[in-house]
Design a protein around this ligand. Structure first.
Ligand code: F6P
Length: 534
């Protein structure tokens, strides 16, 4: 692989000064650098990728044995080597099997678990399953990380399809989060989901206990209004949740990949089993495409290769995710966990130092809001930030079609502006048109120059339906996998989150005054003293 990396970096150096806009001199540029799947198109034409670079990137994927690694994942091999687990979130949305893990077809169990989940959701939605005060009006999902971000992001994304109880998501251990959420809710008509793969996460367990105390003030049997979603069934019963209110899943579903099963309960309650099934179908369609399409026509692979080109080859350390969709406001946060927890690793699978940089810093906000905040830096800052736009051709509000037209116009204008920029001559003309001349014109013009040549991709789809949302999420999941394979990373563990947890556990008694914290450094000591007022 070293020779391919070298060839890629040489090619990048040679083409660095080339204007992306000049690539459109070739009339087929837009078609050649866009990929379609059903009602969705990924346009990567506004990047500096050319046919040679793409061919080398495809070679890189082949040299990393992507096809074999992909097959191993879908076949249930224990590719999460540091935890000795298979990686089979795709099984949760598979239409047919067998899917064999440790010699056993796991599909029948998945189907049965889903039927149970759906029956419960139907019961709550129809009013057949009630709380102490009758029909449930509100549901509070308590979870964090993968037990929050996926369902919270998708619940907001599919707001036009909500016809169930109101959903609220509580994640932060900051008491403000649960306090502000529970305020105004009626405990008698509120269902609480405690979602935690491990059922040990301190934030979730603390919030769950607070919610139980809140519930117990008004409800005789508070546990009856709780359900648990977890792989740790013994711990859920220790918490007091009856087995018929516990929805389990297997440990080969990673937390940040768990939306597709019981962790998606909040979403199922909001939109109903039929629409949730459409989300699964969208993801499954993307799985089929990812499994079968050749590397150079494979949308998740291409998205990953664009990412590798920008980050590891060109050295752009961050990636902005810019959904022009207010309902995808939580997508950047969701992708931060998906991408940064998966590929934010410093060693390869065998423990050796990574030969390339790890995955990028992912950040973003919905457009058009970001335009009025941080786009200044994207357009005129000294660093290049590859941008990834997402937008639907149609909104869900036909009576507000003029809003959507403006949204589209802004999205397309931004990628065009990033690519074109504005030359000094054009800036001078602009100033002259405004009546400036001489030294003042020159001075003002300099501030109005946009270097341009800044890359972006656009993922466009007809409408953000449940099916399309499923496709989008699976697209990103597989992109992360492909980038991980190319970098030689295990994308499915997260040891980097452990140290802080251990230290927090040790610090809590110090803050409570039950331990002295004498082993702490001067800065940490000073912070503790500040809290104590000493
Ligand atoms: O601390 C990180 C993490 O383990 C994530 O990987 C996970 O999604 C999150 O915490 C929540 O974990 P759990 O679902 O076990 O509460």
């Amino acid at each position: 692989m070293d020779a391919i990396w070298t060839a890629l970096k040489d090619h990048a150096a040679k083409t660095k000064a080339r204007r992306i806009l000049s690539l459109f001199d070739a009339p087929e540029r837009a078609q050649q650098f866009s990929w379609r799947l059903g009602d969705m198109m990924l346009d990567a034409a506004k990047t500096n990728l050319d046919a040679d670079a793409l061919a080398l990137l495809c070679d890189l994927a082949r040299a990393a044995e992507l096809e074999g690694r992909r097959a191993a994942m879908f076949e249930g091999a224990a590719i999460n080597q540091t935890e000795g687990r298979a990686v089979l979130h795709s099984a949760l949305r598979a239409p047919s099997g067998p899917i064999v893990v440790d010699g056993q077809d796991v599909l029948p169990e998945i189907v049965a678990a889903r039927a149970r989940l759906f029956a419960f959701a139907d019961g709550v939605r129809s009013g057949a399953i009630t709380g102490a005060g009758g029909r449930y009006t509100d549901v509070v999902n308590i979870g964090i990380g993968g037990s929050d971000l996926g369902p919270a992001m998708a619940t907001l994304a599919l707001a036009p399809y909500h016809d169930g109880p109101r959903l609220h998501y509580v994640s932060n251990v900051d008491g403000a989060h649960i306090n502000d959420t529970l305020q105004g809710l009626d405990p008698k008509t509120t269902l609480v989901i405690v979602a935690s793969k491990t059922f040990t996460t301190i934030e979730t367990m603390t919030n769950a206990e607070t919610a139980r105390t809140w519930m117990a003030r008004s409800v005789a049997d508070p546990a009856a209004q709780f359900v648990a979603v977890s792989t740790a069934l013994a711990r859920t019963s220790a918490f007091g949740i009856a087995p018929d209110r516990v929805f389990g899943f297997a440990d080969w579903v990673g937390g940040r990949y768990s939306l597709w099963g019981p962790i998606g309960l909040g979403l199922v309650l909001a939109i109903g089993p039929a629409r949730f099934t459409a989300v699964l179908a969208g993801a499954s369609a993307m799985d089929d495409h990812f499994r079968t399409a050749p590397i150079a026509q494979n949308m998740p692979v291409i998205l990953a290769l664009v990412g590798v080109w920008h980050n590891q080859v060109l050295g752009h350390a961050t990636r902005a995710v810019l959904p022009y969709d207010q309902r995808l406001a939580r997508l950047p946060a969701y992708l931060q966990q998906l991408e940064m927890e998966s590929n934010g690793k410093r060693v390869a699978m065998d423990g050796s130092d990574l030969a390339q940089h790890s995955g990028p810093v992912v950040w973003g906000e919905p457009g058009t809001n970001g335009q009025h905040a941080f786009y200044q830096l994207i357009h005129q800052g000294t660093r290049v930030i590859p941008c990834e736009f997402l937008i639907a051709a149609e909104g869900h509000e036909p009576e507000l079609a003029h809003h959507h037209r403006l949204l589209l116009a802004n999205c397309f204008a931004q990628s065009e502006a990033l690519m074109r920029g504005r030359s000094l001559d054009a800036a001078r003309e602009l100033m002259a048109a405004q009546g400036l001349a001489g030294a003042e014109l020159e001075r003002q013009a300099l501030h109005r120059v946009f270097p341009g040549n800044r890359p972006s991709t656009t993922l466009i789809y007809r409408k953000l339906t449940p099916f399309v949302l499923g496709q989008i999420i699976a697209l990103y999941e597989h992109r992360v996998f492909v980038e991980g394979v190319i970098l030689g990373i295990n994308s499915f563990d997260q040891w980097g989150v452990e140290l802080g947890k251990v230290l927090a556990t040790a610090l809590e008694p110090v803050l409570a005054g039950a331990a002295d914290g004498a082993d702490k450094d001067g800065s940490t000591r000073q912070l503790i003293d500040f809290v104590r007022g000493s």
